[in-house]
Design a protein around this ligand. Structure first.
Ligand code: ADP
Ligand code: MG
Length: 363
């Protein structure tokens, strides 16, 4: 069978050509638009998520992530376009007719029920017999490391534990796809980092497709197999964490996923000898003494250290270039003390990086 061609836009969105029902992806969005009166919350999205994938939707507040998730869940209907689950068009189906479950940021546990009853809720509704119910609830609680907590009330749990109950309550239904909307947003940083590792491990163990919404680039980079970067109701790039971080295709992605460090226009001409827009990641740049030799495969530019921010394990330097513009440089504090780092403020320096680390951007 000839494989139908994929348009450039579709390729960019990570769409593969349709290849028969057997290989149908877990979730597929085709030209999905959602308007609320004048507001275009989602402005035409094509997307394909594979079975078993940990897929993140990353973007700033208001970029259309939640609206997209709610359309996949069936809480909102698209203004136009199609939503397919495992190859089946569910665009106009009710939430309960879709093999998906959602975990929200605010948990939404039932306060008058204990943990076991909260987790069992979906099974009771679906009239799963009591013996099987008990077994599945115990399984789900074990999975989120809350065995023995079934008699507690939500009010007797910490934030992290409540979020795990919410997760167990969704997992117990064994959905094909689990949708998570900023589920760790209410937790403090340390707990959030622990839960990131745990969520990824749980997803790996159960093999369910996760679609994870976040505005936190680090969170997305840590957990995801692939990331879709949202901006103003559109997807600007889909790729693995390394692709999105190391080869951002737009200025927006370069800036949102990491520090942008853009060189463009006349500055780019002076630094690279070519026009265009380029980004260099802060950790790829080293700071050398003024006048230090620059190898043929390297770029060297002179500047002055405008500001130093000591971060414990690293130091961040803001360097004003003689060519114009400014670059951020991060250096690990392998041997540097905070005193030494801070004393560098105001000094001239030469920034050097490998040519291959100057990434061209479609501006
Ligand atoms: P995100 O989750 O990325 O922060 P949302 O999907 O919640 O973004 O919102 C995208 C845009 O759509 C925002 O401008 C928001 O104000 C608007 N929007 C979302 N839901 C509604 C609604 N029910 N009515 C009107 N506008 C909405
Ligand atoms: Mg949101």
């Amino acid at each position: 069978m000839a494989i139908p061609p994929v348009s450039e836009d579709q390729a960019r969105a990570g769409l593969r050509p349709p290849s028969g029902a057997a290989a149908a992806s877990a979730v597929r969005l085709e030209a999905v638009v959602k308007r609320y009166g004048e507001v275009e919350a989602v402005a035409g999205i094509d997307l394909e998520v594979a079975d078993g994938e940990f897929f993140s939707m990353l973007g700033p507040s208001g970029s259309g992530k939640t609206t997209t998730l709610r359309m996949i869940a069936g809480f909102e209907l698209p203004t136009s376009g199609r939503i397919l689950l495992k190859g089946e068009d569910v665009s106009n189906k009710a939430p309960f007719e879709r093999d998906v479950n959602t975990v929200f940021q605010d948990y939404a546990l039932f306060p008058h029920m204990n943990v076991g009853e909260n987790v069992a809720y979906g099974l009771v509704i679906r009239k799963v017999p009591p013996a099987e119910r008990r077994e599945r609830v115990a399984d789900a609680l074990r999975m989120v490391r809350l065995e023995g907590f079934d008699k507690r009330r939500p009010s007797q749990l910490s934030g992290g534990q409540r979020q795990r109950v919410a997760l167990a309550r969704a997992l117990v239904n064994r959905p094909r796809v689990l949708l998570l909307d900023e589920p760790l947003g209410a937790l403090d940083l340390k707990l959030r980092e622990e839960m990131q590792i745990e969520l990824k491990a749980i997803q790996h163990a159960v093999g369910i497709t996760f679609i994870y919404v976040t505005h936190d680039q680090e969170e997305a980079l840590t957990m995801s197999d692939r990331i879709a970067v949202f901006n103003r109701g559109r997807i600007e790039q889909v790729g693995s964490p390394a692709e999105v971080y190391e080869r951002p295709v737009t200025e927006f992605v370069a800036g949102f996923v990491g520090t942008s460090n853009l060189l463009r226009g006349a500055v780019a001409e002076r630094v690279f000898g070519t026009s265009g827009t380029f980004t260099v990641r802060p950790e790829k740049i080293r700071m050398a003494e003024p006048g230090s030799p620059v190898a043929p495969d390297e770029i060297g530019v002179d500047g002055r250290i405008r500001e130093v921010v000591y971060l414990g394990s690293d130091t961040r330097y803001y360097v004003a270039l003689e060519a114009g513009s400014e670059l951020v440089v991060t250096q690990q504090n392998l041997t540097t003390s905070s005193m030494e780092a801070l004393a560098a403020e105001g000094r001239p320096t030469r920034l050097i990086w490998k040519r291959v680390h100057s990434l061209p951007i479609n501006a």
